[in-house]
Design a protein around this ligand. Structure first.
Ligand code: XMP
Length: 536
């Protein structure tokens, strides 16, 4: 079970993703690229590209450059929704890094550098938006090493640079943009008005690689193995002989966090796995057995009675979520308090959880229900060893730790479980019906080799709808089940999976023949947006 919410509390603005680590005689150094965030939606994409280049980077707010960090080998000034002339535009003190380490300005970043150093930035005659062909003026420029002629780039800006500051020269243009890219004559300072981070800039990743490797001297040697080694060493140092508790959800994030911690501190870690009764068929026992097989010190708590009692008669989705969230905290809290000498609360928070929780000013814009309040009350410090990683990276780390593939490849599953997949009031009987239908669907996906092709799949019980059917000689009047399977990369958007008709026919037959109370099966063909992945 995936409970991304349990892993969503940290309020830090540093987003450090990848570690290149090497040992010198005395020091351990992590070279890194800093990406300064000016509020553009594509800032995260720059980080994503850098990590594809096996490069450690941190996204920091525009005004939080770590001037005294010796490990910074380069800085990228990212885009912004503002014009440099907007009174509220974000400004950074360039003296902190200009001439000291290589700098790359992207879009607003490029305009800001130019504007601040005495160049001219003006509103473009028409907003530059879309594909353009890049004409590289300086073929020797390392930023464009390996670039093809007329390489396609993606433009998206309202202002444009019309004159460069003194001591800067043009290195590329497009048909409409004279200064599509520039460089300082005497310093490693580059600016591009296009967006190398988006996939429509066909050689954008090459440009970023040229910047990181050739210009900044980066080594591109992040790997799951050195992440594991470095993180274990850091955890040992951070935690010492203290006790740590961790809420397991069955999902890949909390499981990988637990195994990593277990490697670092062994029995000092106690895991708590709460069964709210709304898990998939047999999931509580199967996952508990897996955890024990991994050598984790885990306490399984069956609290289903309490959850069913509190959910009795509740139909409204948000109320269901709130009740489950509150009960979860209380059950977890009661168990955690038994470990009287615990000093740390560990969570499987990953990078996308934090993006949702933070904005550029560092304020929390969304926090999660499940363990909210717990660390403050119990005076526990937070430990989040995966907070720099994306989901696919967590999976790579899990494999590196030797975890079984069925745990690592597990589909996400919502914290409130089947409660948000039963439309209407929840009863134990309905949960049993849905567990059976869901199990047929999910096991079917595995047997047909389709499980790994979808991001997430499950069944939904439309318990407030009844329709007529015929079974043998009998007329039936029962509930339909909807099947939902989606493809996605991050759950922010999703498309319905084009599962083979033969498979859907097989699953439909199996469900109607084997699950009492269900006489009709539908397949959900809505994408997100406008629909969501879950029905409630
Ligand atoms: P939606 O339905 O918003 O789901 O498209 C996006 C992803 O989030 C999961 N989800 C939840 N996870 N608590 C969770 O921990 C929740 O209340 C919750 N609601 C949705 C959903 O399964 C999908 O992966």
């Amino acid at each position: 079970m995936e409970d991304k919410g349990m892993e969503n509390l940290e309020v830090s603005v540093i987003i450090r993703i990848f570690a290149r680590t090497f040992e010198t005689k005395e020091t351990k150094m992590q070279e890194k690229i800093i990406i300064l965030d000016f509020g553009s939606q594509t800032t995260q994409l720059i980080a994503r590209r850098l990590r594809e280049l096996d490069t450690f980077c941190e996204i920091l707010p525009y005004n939080k450059f770590p001037a005294d960090d010796p490990d910074v080998i380069g800085v990228i000034l990212a885009g912004s929704p503002y014009s440099v002339y907007d009174p509220e535009a974000f400004k950074v003190d360039l003296k902190q890094f200009l001439g000291r380490i290589p700098v790359l300005g992207i879009c607003y970043g490029a305009q800001f550098i130019s504007h601040t150093l005495g160049g001219r930035v003006e509103p473009a005659d028409s907003r530059e938006y879309g594909r353009a062909k890049l004409n590289v003026a300086d073929r020797d420029c390392p930023l464009f090493r390996g670039f093809e002629a007329d390489s396609q780039v993606w433009m998206s800006h309202g202002d444009t640079i019309t004159a460069l500051p003194e001591g800067f020269h043009r290195i590329a243009s497009t048909e409409n943009v004279r200064f599509a890219a520039y460089k300082a004559d005497e310093m490693e300072v580059y600016g591009v008005q296009f967006h190398p981070e988006v996939s429509h800039s066909l050689q954008g990743t090459l440009l970023l690689k040229n910047f990181v490797v050739d210009i900044c001297g980066g080594h591109q040697d992040w790997s799951p193995q050195n992440f594991v080694e470095t993180t274990i060493a850091e955890l040992r140092e951070q935690i010492g002989r203290d006790r740590v508790i961790l809420g397991l959800s069955g999902g890949v994030d909390s499981s990988v966090a637990a195994v990593l911690l277990n490697r670092a501190i062994g029995d000092q870690l106690t895991c708590i796995f709460v069964d709210h009764g709304l898990l998939r068929k047999d999931e509580f026992h199967n996952v508990l057995r897996d955890y024990e097989g991994l050598g984790l010190n885990v306490i399984g708590v069956d609290a289903s009675e309490r959850f069913f009692r509190d959910l009795d008669g509740v139909t409204e989705p948000e109320r269901k979520r709130k009740i489950i969230g509150r009960d979860f905290v209380e059950v977890f809290d009661a168990e955690a308090r038994k470990i009287t000498d615990a000093r740390w609360l560990a969570q499987g928070t990953i990078y996308p959880d934090r993006i949702e929780s933070l904005n550029i000013t560092g304020k929390v814009i969304k926090s999660h229900h499940n363990v909210g309040g717990l660390p403050e009350e119990m005076h526990l410090q937070l430990c989040e060893p995966l907070k720099w990683l994306f989901k696919d990276e967590v999976r790579r780390v899990g494999r590196q730790l030797g975890m079984p593939e069925h745990l690592i490849g597990r589909h996400p599953f919502p914290g409130p479980g089947l409660a948000v997949r039963i439309l209407g009031a929840i009863t134990r009987e309905k949960v049993c019906i849905l567990q059976e239908a869901d199990d047929i669907f999910v096991q079917g996906l595995r047997q047909w080799g389709l499980y790994d092709q979808v991001w997430q799949a499950g069944a939904i019980l439309l318990s407030e709808v009844r329709s007529v059917g015929v079974m043998g000689d009998e007329r039936t009047y029962e509930n339909p089940v909807a099947l939902r399977a989606v493809t996605s990369t991050d759950a922010m958007t999703a498309d319905w999976a084009r599962l083979p008709y033969d498979f859907l026919a097989h699953v439909s037959n199996e469900i109607i023949n084997r699950v009492r109370g269900v006489n009709r099966v539908c397949y959900d063909i809505s994408s997100k947006p406008p629909a969501t992945i879950e029905w409630e």
